[in-house]
Design a protein around this ligand. Sequence first.
Ligand SMILES: CNc1ncnc2c1ncn2[C@@H]1O[C@H](COP(=O)(O)OP(=O)(O)OP(=O)(O)O)[C@@H](O)[C@H]1O
Length: 192
Amino acid sequence: MIPPGIEGNLKHVLSGGIGSEWMPFEKKKDFTNAFIIHNGRILLGFKKRGFGKDKYNGFGGKVEEGETSLQAAVRELEEEAGITAPLEHAGTLLFLSEGIDVAFEIEIYRAEEYTGTVAETDEMRPEWFHLPSNTSSGPADWSSIPFDQMWDTDRYWLPYLVSKTKFAGRADFRQEGDVWTLHKWWFGVTDV
Ligand SMILES: CNc1ncnc2c1ncn2[C@@H]1O[C@H](COP(=O)(O)OP(=O)(O)OP(=O)(O)O)[C@@H](O)[C@H]1O
């Protein structure tokens, strides 16, 4: 069953967790997250401050008033990595945590080209990571991607981002201090 808060013609791909109930939420807040995939590598940023500090992630932030999600994604990529890219929508993640009364609706974007020079900013230290090569036989090798230093759910949806398969999912976390524990999750891909 598709969890409350996500929509679309979705085919279930993976889910799990210990909780039987999804956390309730009152409203959603819009965020963006953008990734560059270029020459067999993906650009991640090590977040130096604020929310998600000390984790690798794409580049993004809050959608400001009067902005579309895409405009916000382009702006945040420019602010945090110094580059401009023709971003395309790749998926949606609804993220909840106990103790935060709003659900984060994160629109995730991708691009395979960019203009400008990737640069470190106050917020992010960009770094390129090798993706599994699609010429190799056997299971894809994701060992270059620093999943242990990313949000726990990134390992579930990053392969869909890379393969350009539209996805949507929900992840409910629990938080104690700086430690976030994944409690319940569900991911689907758009049935086309
Ligand atoms: C499982 N949970 C999650 N999984 C993957 N990514 C997640 C996430 N939860 C938040 N994110 C991302 O973390 C950034 C926070 O943005 P954040 O720095 O707070 O926003 P913004 O730059 O507007 O803030 P300031 O203006 O500096 O306050 C933003 O990219 C958002 O998409």
